[in-house]
Design a protein around this ligand. Structure first.
Ligand code: PGA
Length: 256
């Protein structure tokens, strides 16, 4: 099974999001080998959920959110909890580099959010990755594995097996400078090996590891065929339904 995730970031009104869903529905064939997950802004989540139910396309499209807060409810103005979205979203992106950079999210907060997602039966997608100045083989591995261990810190081995990790080099996000697949393949193996050391080999095997950072139809295959790569987290290219559909086709062809 390959997972292809569309991170729409802060794009699309309600109406645009529903139009996008309908376009995707027209061009994408359902495949049991590919799980497609859309991450709209919170404002479009319930409209998309209603459309998906109405069109009976729940198998073809799953929904996720781009962030959650770790408390279930309370005086936290502007925040949205895992509890509030758990009847609409099956996935939650946690610790995306844009949240770390622009909203000051640190490892401790991210670890609490991971726990909150698991508590509400939402698959957390933990985003980890080195920035441009850390982009040397030694540095990158140290940074990535330290983000991994702090992100998973509050979870049991069994819970770690339910997690998704997206390896996204910060310098590759939205820049068009995509990563060398050989380096990505090595990092994916390092991530699994570290999870096996920290938890158990069965937790590490169940852990799903994705790549993200300037994924396009032309480079998707090179990552999807890497050993241990369970899928892709796509930003920019997911805003274009034709490009996104092509990436899904590549995933389907690989996993056959
Ligand atoms: P990008 O974004 O595909 O536009 O690089 C990926 C992400 O931020 O998850």
């Amino acid at each position: 099974m390959k997972y292809i995730l569309a991170n729409w970031k802060m794009h699309f009104t309600n109406h645009q999001a529903v139009t996008m869903l309908k376009r995707l529905d027209n061009v994408i064939k359902y495949s049991e080998n590919v799980s497609v997950v859309l991450f709209p802004p919170f404002s479009a989540l319930s409209s998309l959920k209603n459309q998906i139910d109405l069109l009976k396309i729940n198998q073809k499209f799953k929904l996720g959110v781009q962030n959650i807060y770790y408390e279930d409810e309370g005086a936290f103005t502007g925040e949205i909890s895992a509890a509030m979205v758990s009847d609409m979203a099956d996935f939650a992106i946690i610790g995306h580099s844009e949240r770390r950079i622009f909203f000051g999210e640190d490892d401790e907060l991210i670890a609490k959010k991971m726990q909150a997602a698991i508590r509400h039966n939402i698959t957390p997608v933990l985003c980890i990755g080195e920035n441009a100045s850390e982009h040397t083989p030694m540095h990158a591995k140290r940074i990535v594995l330290s983000q991994l261990s702090s992100g998973l810190a509050n979870l049991t081995a069994e819970e770690v097996g339910q997690v998704m990790v997206a390896y996204e080099p910060v310098w590759a996000i939205g820049s068009g400078n995509f990563s060398d697949p050989l380096e990505v393949g090595k990092m994916i193996q390092d991530i699994r090996a570290a999870a096996a050391d920290m938890y158990s080999s069965s937790a590490a095997e169940s852990l799903r590891v994705l790549y993200g950072g300037s994924v396009e139809p032309d480079n998707a295959k090179a990552y999807l065929k890497l050993k241990g790569c369970d899928g892709l987290l796509v930003g920019g290219a997911s805003l274009n339904y034709q490009k996104f559909a092509k990436i899904i086709e590549k995933a389907d062809a690989i996993s056959l």
